[in-house]
Ligand binder design. Structure first.
Ligand SMILES: [Zn+2]
Length: 466
């Protein structure tokens, strides 16, 4: 409460406008009224379509790589400058500077002689950097993220966004779904490796160009695509939707309530060991040396490889799950974090790394389930983190004792059923998920579709107001 009382009030109106003009050189709105603004708002979807991102590797020419390098640098600079401007305006003058004003400030920066190099980079791309900054602030204000951080050359991934006016797209008439992408301020098209075709006739809405720390270039193409919603799946002869419970774990990545287990790929475990070795090597190298740079590159390449392997594996798995089930039930990811033993000081780096890899696997799994449920008209139910999925007996619902992580099998003291720890948890999750599902579904007007995500912790929001 004290904090709220101390919170300073924002300066507004004419006084704020004067501060912006005099201290930061942000010109008044009037001067810009005649200009036509580049559409920056996130692209509104047509009904019945989904946004889908396709990622391709490309190999820039020397000139393109150089121009992209300048673009990455300029975007980072603009982002940091915008951040400094917004922070300073607030800290020194209690003036709030928003997205539009940072855009106007950008016009001013470009006019000064020493910043003329900003003109070599597409204006819409720079504005997108400010848009990203604005989104970072929005997340901060909503409490979802920390205060935006400066972007550093070494730490941050290089990524820039091109909106529709920032690139040219010509579809190849012979191979539909592929074509030529030419970026603003570049003379020739990119050499894109079309590992798969975009849906024929699809027009890219937005591009994001990235360079990972292994030095590979990718273009992510956002297209609008008509995804056919799959027919709803019910259990034979009933109105009960076909449901599956997923238990995420350390022994297996996922256990389904029918006993199917998806293991952590052994490959990733081996990579974790290699990664640990490379990390040790890196720490032995002299800071700032070429050797250290090369070691860092090797680590970055390995991380990239791990990410690709995991994504591919999960892609197939989640597609099958979403196709074969109408309702998918998972536990809130934070419970999984709670279950894990704390990271002690004595823990070795290797263990910490394999943990990190497993964590990322869970995150990716949930991300894929969420968007695929959206595409195909399925429902993902996220059960509350305090639901005792492991301790409850799925046969008689008696609550058993707390189980150590090493216990794989247990016998219910009430009814004598022998449980596999993870399968029992998955069955409990499915049952609890279906309870929540019906809570929401029965309150919906007849004929309407259940929401894509039902989250136990936000159940009030899913239920229509009584
Ligand atoms: Zn029991």
């Amino acid at each position: 409460m004290e904090d709220v009382a101390k919170k300073p009030k924002a300066v507004k109106g004419v006084r704020a406008e004067r501060v912006k003009r005099e201290a930061f050189g942000i010109e008044g709105r009037r001067k810009h009224e005649g200009r036509t603004a580049t559409p920056l708002r996130s692209h509104a979807k047509e009904t019945g379509t989904q946004h889908r991102v396709y990622r391709f590797r490309f190999y820039p020419t020397g000139a393109q790589a150089e121009q992209l390098g300048r673009t990455f640098g300029a975007c980072r600079w603009v982002y940091n400058e915008g951040l400094a401007l917004r922070s300073e305006a607030w800290e020194q003058h209690r003036v709030r500077v928003g997205f539009a004003e940072t855009c106007r400030a950008l016009t001013g920066w470009k006019r000064t002689g020493e910043r003329a190099w900003l003109k070599e980079v597409s204006a819409t791309v720079l504005q997108q950097a400010l848009r990203h900054l604005d989104q970072a602030f929005t997340r901060f204000f909503s409490g979802a993220a920390k205060y935006p951080q400066r972007r550093r050359k070494q730490r941050s991934r290089d990524a820039v966004t091109y909106v529709r006016t920032g690139f040219r797209w010509v579809e190849d008439p012979v191979r539909p779904g592929t074509g030529l992408i030419t970026l603003a301020k570049q003379s020739g098209p990119l050499d894109v490796r079309w590992s798969r075709a975009l849906p024929a006739g699809a027009v890219p809405v937005r591009l994001s160009v990235t360079r990972d720390r292994a030095g590979r270039y990718f273009v992510s193409v956002l297209v609008e695509e008509r995804v056919r919603v799959l027919p709803a799946l019910f259990l034979p002869g009933s109105r009960e939707p076909k449901a599956v419970g997923l238990d995420l774990g350390l022994a297996s990545l996922v256990t389904l309530d029918d006993g199917t287990k998806l293991d952590h790929p052994r490959l990733l475990k081996r990579y974790a060991e290699k990664l640990a070795r490379l990390q040790r090597e890196l720490h032995r190298k002299v800071k700032g040396s070429g050797n250290r740079d090369r070691a860092r590159q090797r680590i970055a390449r390995l991380y990239a490889l791990i990410g690709d392997v995991r994504k591919d594996m999960l892609d197939q798995f989640t597609t099958r799950l979403v196709r074969e089930n109408q309702v998918l039930v998972v536990e809130d990811l934070s419970i999984v974090t709670l279950l894990r033993p704390a990271r002690g000081r004595g823990r070795r780096r290797k263990a910490a790394l394999s943990r990190a890899i497993i964590d990322a696997g869970w995150g990716e799994l949930l991300r894929q389930l969420r968007y695929k449920c959206g595409w195909y008209g399925r429902t993902l139910v996220v059960v509350d983190r305090f639901f005792p999925s492991t301790r409850r007996c799925s046969a008689c619902h008696a609550k058993g004792p707390r189980l150590d992580v090493s216990v794989r099998e247990w016998t219910c003291a009430e009814c004598g059923v022998v449980h596999d720890r993870d399968v029992n948890a998955a069955v409990n999750l499915r049952d609890e998920g279906m309870r929540l599902y019906w809570l929401v579904a029965s309150a919906l007007p007849p004929g309407s579709r259940a929401p894509v995500v039902i989250k136990a912790s936000e159940l009030e929001r899913c239920l229509p107001a009584a």
